[in-house]
Design a protein around this ligand. Structure first.
Ligand code: NAP
Length: 471
């Protein structure tokens, strides 16, 4: 690729990309802690804004020409429209629908990168041909896969699994690699090569669909994070095509962060990454028929639950999806404050995939001003669960289901759980007999130490607050 000659403009452009990269890294670092996450987002966004402005004003094509004014206007118009739509959607979306929104935005990133790569096929020299082809494949897989993930999370698309899927997916993946190799061969040129590129475009789209279709239940967070990293990689490819360092850096950071998160989540759910890629992962041939339920379910009144909590020394609250749905975090925090004032040691056990997105519980509890030091990660709280007087589960189900430890036929088998069943007493707040995301029975509800407190989480907690206040 021709490099534009060195000028003051190009030096300023390079410097701005360097500053943007530093801002991205600072932003990412700040995102890793709840108290700095909001500001981290702004720092990274400032880096992106800087890179966009300097690119529009100073970027030159290989012939040394700036972006034509008319094109700048069109780009600004499209950015403005996108900003308005993004702003409105982000303000309106419910916290529980956040994963769908992330998937949808992810899809648009993948589509943009795939289309850029397709448009630039033929314009790129031999050195960037591989990057162009990878950009098409990865961008399209990220697009169609994310759209299917969006549909599934929004209950518009159902899981579809067949045992032959993993072989079909493996074949498709090999076919995509073979197509890329063939187009790269020196003798393959002109219309033949172009037709193969269109075939690659199409097959990658189909692979994205087939790869996500069988994945369901408890495994969705991993696939969303994987697709997110794919979008980052596709954006980096597009950056290579245009020789744009900011795009390369941004893409690589997203790709790397997504990959690390994918690996962490795989570990949290005891799954292998290879299985995710071939699409066999999490597919349910059984829905936990060996659950071994043989106890009876016992209820508790609000008044008895209040007494139990009030006279405990150690209480661990285990929040889950139901707390998010009922927006019970504020009243939960109020109950926590009341009990703490009475000398009860109250902590929160945070499962990495509780709720419907990574960090879901952290975000909710931070919103309700629960001090960060009260939030304890699963691996740190589990060794102490035996000493806990009351484990109070608020709208969580899968993340405390002992079937993950005992039922090899179940879809969540092998997923680490918060060991609520080891506490001296367990109170479960949920509306009725609704199942969790993985759609299986929960042995814990039939445990002799467990008492069910049925009702909408926010209403039940409000009554508990009134009860504890009178003691
Ligand atoms: P869960 O297993 O989905 O269970 C949520 C429970 O909340 C349900 O059993 C439901 O029972 C109850 N509930 C719903 N609305 C309620 C309300 N208004 N008040 C009280 N209870 C209510 O939740 P989880 O234990 O948090 O586990 C999360 C699951 O989602 C895992 O399987 C995880 O793998 C998956 N997932 C996680 C992510 C992520 O990134 N965190 C993303 C996608 C999927 P009732 O209907 O009886 O009330």
């Amino acid at each position: 690729m021709l490099q534009p000659a060195f000028t003051i403009g190009s030096a300023i452009l390079d410097l701005s990309y360097l500053i943007a990269a530093v801002l991205f890294v600072i932003g990412l670092k700040m995102l890793s802690k709840p108290d700095t996450a909001r500001a981290g987002n702004l720092w990274a966004a400032a880096g992106m804004l800087l890179a966009m402005i300097t690119t529009l004003l100073l970027h030159k094509d290989p012939q040394g020409l700036l972006i034509p004014f008319r094109n700048v206007m069109v780009i600004l118009l499209v950015i403005s429209a996108g900003t308005v739509v993004g702003w409105i959607v982000a303000r309106r979306v419910k916290m529980t629908a956040m994963p769908q929104m992330v998937s949808f935005y992810n899809a648009t990133g993948g589509a943009a990168s795939g289309l850029v790569a397709l448009m630039e096929y033929g314009n790129s020299g031999n050195t960037s041909l591989l990057v162009t082809l990878l950009g098409i494949a990865v961008g399209n897989i990220a697009f169609s896969g994310s759209m299917i993930a969006y549909g599934k999370l929004d209950s518009k698309i159902k899981d579809w699994f067949s045992p032959v899927m993993k072989y079909i997916n493996l074949f498709m993946l090999l076919f995509i690699v073979t197509l890329i190799v063939i187009v790269m061969l020196p003798g393959v040129k002109g219309d033949v090569a172009r037709s193969l590129v269109y075939l690659l475009f199409f097959v990658s789209l189909v692979y994205g669909i087939l790869f996500v279709m069988p994945i369901g239940g408890a495994d969705m967070p991993v696939v969303i994070s994987l697709l997110n990293s794919l979008t980052g990689v596709a954006a980096a490819m597009a950056g290579f095509i245009y020789g744009n360092q900011a795009m390369i850096l941004g893409g690589i950071l997203v790709g790397a962060a997504g990959t690390i998160l994918t690996i962490l989540m795989c570990n949290a759910m005891n799954r292998s990454l290879l299985n995710v890629i071939v699409g066999a992962f999490g597919a349910r041939e059984s829905i936990g028929t060996n659950s071994g339920i043989n106890g009876v379910m016992r209820e508790i009144t609000v008044s008895d639950a209040g007494i139990l909590l009030n006279y405990s020394q150690k209480v661990v609250i285990i929040p889950g999806y139901g707390m998010a749905v009922s927006q019970a975090q504020h009243v939960c925090s109020e109950l926590d404050r009341l009990l703490t004032q009475k000398g009860v040691d109250v902590r929160y056990a945070i499962h990495p995939v509780a709720g419907r997105m990574p960090g879901h519980m952290n975000v909710l509890l931070a919103e309700a001003h629960v001090p960060y030091e009260k939030l304890v990660e699963m691996e740190h709280i589990n060794p102490d669960m035996g000493n806990v007087d009351v484990a109070m589960i608020i709208g969580a189900n899968d993340v405390v289901n002992p079937a993950a430890l005992t039922d090899p036929s179940g879809p969540i088998y092998g997923m680490p759980i918060i060991r609520a069943h080891e506490a001296k007493n367990v109170i479960v707040i949920k509306r009725g007999m609704g199942k969790g995301y993985a759609a299986i029975e929960n042995l814990l509800f039939y445990n002799e130490k467990t008492r069910m407190l049925f009702g909408n989480a926010r209403d039940v907690l409000q009554k508990l607050v009134e009860e504890v206040k009178t003691m």
